[in-house]
Design a protein around this ligand. Structure first.
Ligand SMILES: Cc1cc2nc3c(=O)[nH]c(=O)nc-3n(C[C@H](O)[C@H](O)[C@H](O)COP(=O)(O)OP(=O)(O)OC[C@H]3O[C@@H](n4cnc5c(N)ncnc54)[C@H](O)[C@@H]3O)c2cc1C
Length: 499
């Protein structure tokens, strides 16, 4: 549905690349108020404290874990109540699921049987371990996307106008000063209008479209811009580079108990649909449990994420008939890849999709970790708790066993797990695009505020850290307006009202 929608999904395709079987990958991105949080799986995880300490160490003061923790707490309305790690006075609901398939519960038990620690709060005292994810849904069971969490309540403010069905086609500049944006209301051939900015322009078009728009507007690597006939406003070589994602592979198995989610016309399907309709609250996401594990004891912090779903699905929910049979999948992704991709211009036409090189698996370390991840996944699925469910491995399949066979299988089957980040990285080195206050280097009155500013991807699902970035960005804008010099760390009380 949302995955294949041409209206609500940008539906990008990456370029074929030799290390991963010369096959383009489908890269969905949300195209609606709330962006990708309107199509995502709603899993709420923040990352490891060291992820943020690493950002700060790379020349980004105010982004270390101790500084961002209060910002995470500030956005959150944690159903379990407030504690040292969680806030309950924000506007983004974070709740526990109320519907869990028997096979998901068995999976968590099996993780324990396999010797992994169990964890009921991946965003608390420690990230490592396995259990059920919390989700960004309301306590009544609706999607708590960014629009619902942060926009709905302020929609009627007189100083806010929201335009939908409008495409920004470029940022306008007067010399090096951003002065507004050009928009098109009716597609490529539609009328173009200019919206002027009195104070500054905030670019939040996401990890693909933010660098694309910067380049279309003349901010990016000068050589690439000139090659497409785009006048150079500022030569900024890092725009579109540093693209990162968590490379993901899936173990898919049949469920001999027949109790997992299917679309087959049978009693359990009807029972599930009835629960969806009548159970109050019904809080569910297909990928409801998993965890953060180390692929090797020498890894200092978790380098793999497991995500389990009680449905026999193909990557990206493709293949309508796959869930006719009961089954389950275990996603395994590498959390700290050193491989990098890039977003470049296809042409100067803002309606031409950019060229995306995912750049997966150029490092042996990542492949080795995923090989160990598949072995660990198989070990978990072989535990006693899974005996009543495991009806045979379909993919990679029992014939794929040796390290070499697994490596080849991973190269052929690696996919996105949608955690793309890093194309306008924050920092002060030559390849940085924004500073610690999220202002674009070399130009004035322009900030980027979205997942593209992450210098390195967090070891987690990335919606929560993107919301944290947005909160810090908002604070930076307000401080600038009030005459403060820099963004700095912010520590507002959880119940402090925003002006
Ligand atoms: C299928 C899927 C599942 C995911 N599951 C999870 C999950 O369970 N948990 C989690 O934490 N994260 C998940 N994510 C990732 C997470 O939702 C995103 O990383 C997060 O929303 C931030 O994305 P972003 O910064 O790229 O911007 P986005 O959220 O993609 O927002 C960019 C916005 O800008 C708009 N835009 C872009 N270009 C233009 C233009 N030219 N003119 C006008 N508007 C424009 C877009 O339409 C969109 O609304 C998932 C993502 C996807 C796609």
């Amino acid at each position: 549905m949302l995955m294949n929608s041409r209206t609500y999904n940008w539906g990008y395709r990456t370029e074929p690349e030799a290390p991963t079987g010369n096959r383009p990958r489908f890269w969905p991105r949300g195209r609606a108020l709330g962006g990708s949080s309107s199509v995502n799986a709603m899993i709420y995880t923040r990352g490891h404290p060291q992820d943020f300490d690493h950002w700060a160490a790379r020349g980004n003061p105010g982004w270390d874990y101790q500084s961002v923790l209060p910002v995470f707490r500030q956005s959150q309305r944690q159903q379990r109540g407030a504690d040292a790690w969680h806030g309950d006075a924000g506007t983004m609901d974070v709740v526990d699921t109320t519907h869990r398939f028997p096979v998901s519960q068995a999976f968590v038990k099996a993780c324990g049987e396999a010797g992994l620690p169990l964890n009921d709060d991946f965003n608390g005292a420690q990230q490592e371990g396995c259990g059920f994810f919390q989700v960004t849904q309301t306590p009544q069971g609706g999607r708590a996307n960014s629009a619902r969490s942060f926009l709905d309540d302020v929609m009627s403010r007189p100083n806010l106008t929201v335009l939908t069905n409008v495409r920004v086609t470029r940022i306008c500049f007067d010399g090096k000063v951003a002065t507004g944006v050009e928009i098109s209301r009716d597609g490529a051939s539609g009328r173009r209008d200019i919206l002027s900015a009195r104070r500054e322009v905030i670019l939040s078009a996401g990890v693909i479209n933010s660098p694309h728009l910067l380049k279309l507007s003349g901010v990016g690597p000068a050589e690439e811009l000139r090659a497409h006939g785009i006048p150079v406003v500022h030569d900024l070589p890092g725009v579109g580079e540093n693209l990162q994602d968590h490379p993901d592979v899936i173990i898919r198995c049949l469920d001999k108990s027949g109790t997992s989610m299917t679309v087959a016309p049978k009693l359990s399907t009807v029972a599930f649909l009835a629960r969806m309709l009548f159970q109050k609250p019904f809080i569910f996401t297909p990928t409801d449990c998993g965890g953060f594990v180390r692929s090797h004891p020498d890894e200092p912090i978790p380098d793999l994420q497991l995500q389990f779903a009680a449905v026999r699905m193909q990557p990206h929910g493709q293949g309508l008939f796959t869930p006719m049979r009961s089954g389950f999948v275990l996603h395994i992704c590498h959390l700290r890849p050193e491989s990098r991709g890039r977003v470049t211009l296809r042409s100067a036409d803002p309606f031409a999709a950019p060229v995306i090189h995912a750049g997966y698996l150029t490092r042996d370390k990542e492949l080795d970790a995923l090989v160990r991840g598949i072995r660990l996944g198989r070990q978990i699925l072989a535990q006693p708790a899974m005996q009543a469910f495991h009806g045979g491995e379909e993919s990679p399949g029992p014939q794929v066993q040796s390290d070499e066979a697994l490596r080849q299988w991973i190269r052929d089957h690696v996919e996105t797990v949608y955690h793309t980040a890093g194309t306008c990285p924050m920092g002060n080195d030559a390849m940085a695009v924004v500073d610690a206050g999220l202002k674009v280097h070399g130009v004035e009155r322009l900030r980027v505020i979205d997942s593209s500013v992450m210098p390195t991807i967090t070891g987690s699902n990335i919606h929560a850290p993107t919301v944290m970035i947005a909160e810090k960005g908002a604070e930076a804008i307000l401080s600038a307006r009030q005459g403060a010099a820099t963004v700095g760390p912010i520590h507002p009380g959880a119940d402090e009202k925003k002006p």
